[in-house]
Design a protein around this ligand. Structure first.
Ligand SMILES: [Zn+2]
Length: 628
């Protein structure tokens, strides 16, 4: 099927100098300037024939000097677009224009883009300049450009593998799903999807709340072999879904990883942060930053609703899951319609401040794997407004007593919801102006949010577009050094938003140690606390806890006020899960459950069975389900 390229070349006779794959897409290079400018009709005919994305680019040989191209682009693009950078991906004949108003770079119906292409022969792409400078997004970009020639070969090799055995009416006999982790537990999400032709890993997480080998998925089973893996698909950037991915690269994996663009940046940041936290605890990190770099080099990003072949018999589409920035439900079309499987991963089926709710309509679905973090009967989450009133009440009480409020947060998702909530509350007078400090990886996560406003709810997106970016509001102060942290600890009443969310390493533990013994202080727990984590012990009312740090471990008496607010959860509550299944189209025939404590998984399983008359199951880790 690599013949697909040969056929195209023959059809377009001598005009094509090179035909390549970029993942599942086809890219043609031509050294004929006229054909580059006028050949669109011919390319369209080919797209019709083969039903694949095909792009025509200019061969390196006919590309003008970069400086000339840069000058021309600045002349063509209106000044109001506010170009901040122009970068050239030499080996792929692409020019990336970074601007504050990307729409103005593209022009009406792509008119400016067409002009750039015609005048410079470079193929333009546009990127929004983030409102907060994000070191990580810039580093990732640099890595990708520095490895442009490697990327070109790598993307081509993916396509060759996909199309080698590809035939449009191929049918497979069976599909199996093996739980390597996340069976009857929250943490270490990893599932192996197998067909006679392909092996795909869904998520590659760790269980941050556990110790020893229980932190990792079961990779030491006969059917899991890194060298046989065709692709990895990542649903979102929480560590229990992506935390072990760089380790796969440390062990030699060099195949593709599919995720959304925000998930790539957030995952790089989250895994680098995990390395940093390990060093601060004087522990050996699981992998090094060079492994994170390999992960970035091998990532292929896909936007929501973009259908892509990832193996000869597997096609995936990401759908918004409403959980965190860039989080996706993954739809698998296996064997050209033979079986359709939806992996929900973590989702939220109501509007949050940051995101729109999860999608419920899909082209076809026979089986679903759903999370059940809050899947039990009692897990009805209180309304957002009610929870917010309580939240602001607790803060006001604590400040009145001259105490400090500590909010341990997951760096991604929860923390940004809190930031937006506090910003609005102070702007509208629901809260008095009080010092708010942000510590840990949250600030950098915020920066990535401002780089991808298209993935945010329309309300927040509009705020960002109107230069009222809540993430850059001056009511927030960043804690950037141990000295600054000391000042906050010794200073007056304030609110501190800090990672980690379960008090397993990170800045939140430092604050907790110093605040725990004063009953005027408050800790507000609003994200999920893993079994065994320090946060969980405190949540369950422990009066004394052991806190570990660089110096060793010591006992701390818990006298501060502890409040749990479930209404802010980024996961679907019980009612949201059941209404998701009520509203889901089409109806699945089978539902499997993961990502929940045992009792919650079992409870949800029996409910979904009764309500929807579908086959349900709650596999344990290491169990395999035959989907077809
Ligand atoms: Zn998550």
């Amino acid at each position: 099927m690599t013949d697909i390229l040969k056929n195209i070349k023959e059809q377009l006779n001598a005009k094509i100098t090179e035909a390549n794959f970029e993942g599942a897409n086809i890219v043609l290079y031509t050294d004929n300037e006229n054909f580059f400018k006028e050949g669109e009709g011919k390319i369209k005919e080919i797209v019709e024939q083969i039903k694949k994305r095909v792009e025509l680019r200019a061969d390196e040989k006919i590309l003008p000097d970069k400086e000339d191209a840069r000058k021309k682009i600045k002349q063509i693009v209106p000044e109001e677009a506010e170009i901040t950078d122009i970068l050239f991906d030499d080996h792929r004949s692409i020019v990336v224009i970074e601007a504050k108003k990307p729409g103005l770079v593209i022009g009406k119906q792509g008119s400016i883009f067409s002009e750039i292409r015609r005048e410079t022969l470079w193929t333009p792409q546009v990127q929004r300049s983030p409102a907060i400078k994000s070191q990580i997004t810039e580093n990732i970009r640099d890595v990708l450009y520095a490895n442009s020639s490697y990327r070109r070969k790598f993307l081509n090799s993916i396509g060759e593998k996909i199309y080698k055995e590809w035939s449009p009416d191929k049918m497979d006999e069976w599909v199996r799903l093996t739980y390597l982790g996340s069976g009857r537990q929250v943490g270490r999400s990893a599932l192996l999807l197998q067909t006679p032709n392909s092996k795909i890993l869904l998520d590659c997480g760790i269980d941050v709340a556990s110790k020893g080998d229980d932190r990792f998925p079961h990779f030491n089973i006969p059917e899991f072999n890194i060298s046989e893996l065709d692709a990895v698909v990542i649903s979102h950037a929480h560590l229990d879904h992506v935390g072990l991915l760089p380790y796969l690269f440390k062990m030699g994996y060099r195949g593709p990883v599919y995720m959304t663009p925000p998930t790539r940046d957030l995952s790089a940041l989250a895994t680098l942060d995990l390395i940093g936290v390990a060093y601060k605890q004087a522990a050996q990190p699981l992998y090094a930053s060079k492994d994170v770099l390999e992960m970035v080099k091998h990532t292929v990003t896909l936007n929501f609703n973009e259908v892509t072949d990832i193996a000869p018999d597997i096609r995936i589409t990401f759908y918004n899951s409403g959980h965190v920035l860039g989080s996706a439900m993954v739809h698998f079309n296996i064997g050209n319609g033979l079986h359709n499987f939806l992996y929900t991963a973590d989702y939220k089926y109501s509007r949050t401040r940051l995101l729109d709710p999860a999608i419920t309509s899909f082209p076809r679905v026979e089986s679903v794997l759903t999370e059940s973090t809050y899947g039990a009967k009692g897990d009805i989450l209180p309304p957002l407004r009610e929870t917010e009133d309580k939240f602001f009440g607790i803060i006001k009480d604590t400040i009145a007593k001259k105490g400090k409020v500590l909010i341990p947060e997951l760096g991604l998702g929860h923390a940004q919801e809190t930031v937006i909530r506090m910003e609005e509350a102070i702007r509208t007078g629901r809260l008095p102006k009080i010092p708010i400090y942000i510590d840990g990886v949250i600030w950098d996560m915020n920066a990535i949010h401002t780089a991808y406003p298209d993935f945010l709810s329309s309300k927040v997106k509009n705020l960002v577009f109107q230069d009222q970016n809540p993430f850059t509001a001056d009511i927030f102060s960043r804690v950037g050094s141990p000295q600054e942290r000391k000042n906050v600890i010794e200073g007056g009443p304030c609110v501190i938003i800090a990672t980690s969310g379960m008090l397993v390493g990170g800045a939140s533990v430092e604050y907790f140690k110093n605040f725990a013994e004063n009953p005027n202080n408050t800790m507000i727990i609003s994200c999920y606390q893993g079994v065994g984590s320090l946060g969980r012990q405190i949540q369950e009312g422990a009066s004394r806890v052991i806190v570990e740090d660089q110096v060793g471990s010591r006992e701390v008496e818990v006298k501060l006020r502890v409040e749990t607010l479930n209404g802010f959860s980024a996961h679907a509550g019980r009612n949201e899960i059941t209404s998701f299944f009520n509203n889901m189209r089409p109806k699945p025939k089978r539902v499997m459950i993961n990502h929940g404590e045992v009792s919650k998984c079992l409870d949800l399983s029996s409910t979904l069975y009764k309500m929807n008359r579908v086959e349900t199951s709650v596999p344990r880790n290491l169990e395999t389900v035959r989907l077809r």
